[in-house]
Design a protein around this ligand. Structure first.
Ligand SMILES: [Zn+2]
Length: 222
């Protein structure tokens, strides 16, 4: 989960959703998808095949909340299912500086669990850490499907982190192959931008290394 730049409310679509009590129109979903960079705002999987329009504040059948444009977020069905009604007081990626409050870490070994670390001790941060931990590390006998989904998700994070650290290795160590270094630098930048998949993990890794952070911190706002 990273911070996302807030977009202007599209007045026409806002009215359409409210008047028709329906947010499933293609143009509505497409706008929300683009506003959230085609990523689940919680786990940051990109171009998921199972997407949901998610209610940031659970609507509990309150029609005002259910069809309010500013309450419609973009999530994958795994995260939407886990968040449900249980997490109604979490950090908001559109207004909170998520990356200064939460670190997302993972060891680069098979079967590693994800380590979500709170950097602040307010209630919203703590709830968000709990939710993200459940999303990435679900391990429950009575929730077998979610457990498998979490495992698949961790595998994808691991693949992405491997590709990112490979680019870092080439950039910092391949001194004899300048062209490869130039290409690796471009890859690092792409990995760190908000449209990339699982950006929180890559940015958390970079923040822990002063030298790399100094060189690439400008990409954190793009
Ligand atoms: Zn997700």
């Amino acid at each position: 989960m990273i911070s996302i730049a807030k977009k202007e409310t599209p007045k026409e679509l806002e009215k359409l959703v409210k008047d028709s009590k329906n947010y499933r129109y293609q143009k509505v979903v497409e706008k929300i998808k683009n506003d959230f960079n085609n990523k689940c705002y919680l786990c940051e999987i990109k171009e998921s095949t199972s997407i949901n329009v998610e209610h940031f504040i659970p609507h509990r059948d309150d029609e005002e909340l259910k069809f309010k444009w500013s309450n419609l977020y973009f999530a994958c069905s795994h995260c939407n299912g886990i968040k449900g009604y249980r997490y109604d007081d979490i950090l908001d990626p559109l207004t909170d500086d998520i990356e200064l409050k939460i670190q997302c870490l993972m060891d680069l070994v098979p079967m590693a669990k994800v380590d979500i670390v709170a950097l602040k001790n307010d209630i919203k941060t703590e709830n968000t850490v709990k939710l993200l931990d459940e999303i990435f590390n679900k391990d429950s006998d009575i929730a077998g499907v979610r457990t498998e989904e979490s495992r698949n998700l961790r595998k994808k994070v691991l693949d992405e982190l491997r590709s990112f650290t490979n680019a870092l290795n080439v950039y910092y160590f391949e001194e004899d192959f300048e062209e490869d270094r130039i290409q690796a630098r471009k890859e690092i930048i792409k990995h760190l931008r908000c449209k990339s998949q699982f950006t929180a993990f890559k940015r958390s890794l970079v923040r822990r290394n002063e030298l790399i952070y100094e060189e690439f911190k400008e990409e954190f706002t793009k």
